[in-house]
Design a protein around this ligand. Sequence first.
Ligand SMILES: [Cu+2]
Length: 332
Amino acid sequence: MRRSNRIPHLSRAAVLASASAIALAVLLTLLLAGPAHASFWAPQHGGSPNADRIHTLYSIIMVIAVIIFVAVEGALFYALWKFRMRPGAKAEQLHGNTRLEIGWTAGAAAIVLVIGIVTFIMLPGIRNPDDSDADGWQIPASYQTAKDPGLLPPNGKSLNIDVNGQQYAWRFVYPDGDNDRQNNVTAYEEMVVPTGTTVTLDVRSSDVAHSWWIPKLGGKADALPGYTNHTWFKIPRGKEGVYTGNCAELCGRNHANMTARVRAITPEQFTQWLARQKAAIEAAGRGAQQYRAQQAQNDQRSQQGDASQPSGEPVPSPSTVPNDATSPAAQR
Ligand SMILES: [Cu+2]
């Protein structure tokens, strides 16, 4: 039996129909994929002016690219169809067309120039923070913690939060106007911010490379050990809510669990939240101080007790008993 007898001959129409069906299925799958749908054509936006500008710039370049793609592919398929092989027809040999060559060189240069100009016009608005709104959170002058004035909004005021990536969580430290960082308000995974207020971020890492990314609030900022990167966002008034993201740099086994949330609340609510956090930290600090004072007193008492009992069995006090003897591990 010959090989060709076993394989059914497919007509050109059948091949074309199958290829079209596969292409359509792939396209529909991509378009209808739930989470990907919102950001299929362009980056997410709607949470911060820099994210909106990234989206606009991306869309402009996307439209130019789509027009070029359709024109080039259209010309290609037209040529394939128009000049397809026909029985008896002889191909004509052509040499270069100077006008055409100059035309598409100049055309390509013009396209690159347009994209370059648009990008350079829009980049400063993406990189440099906007001023806070008049009804945003009133930032105390002492909160200006960004070292480089170029990273501050024009009015010099922003809520500057320290973002520290560590396997596998984001740690946020809020400024409080003093040099003691031990008593600063600190949060993990969820950053609470006021709306209408420019939030500048110092992005760092304490172990390996991570990447800070809340898609609706702007582009990624790499968190690298030994460096401080900067980014910013400003969630408009009325857009209070939760914005989520994920570490965007493979940083280890639990990278996928390294999520981040930004909870935007009104400036009034933020003032209350900050005061509550600060009060809780101060209460915890006072508790720790009292505990340490009590321990020191106990130590002193037990030393005096030892000194007044030169003979006989010394009475062991908790502080003279080695720690591990009373620890749960030692009792097991
Ligand atoms: Cu990470």
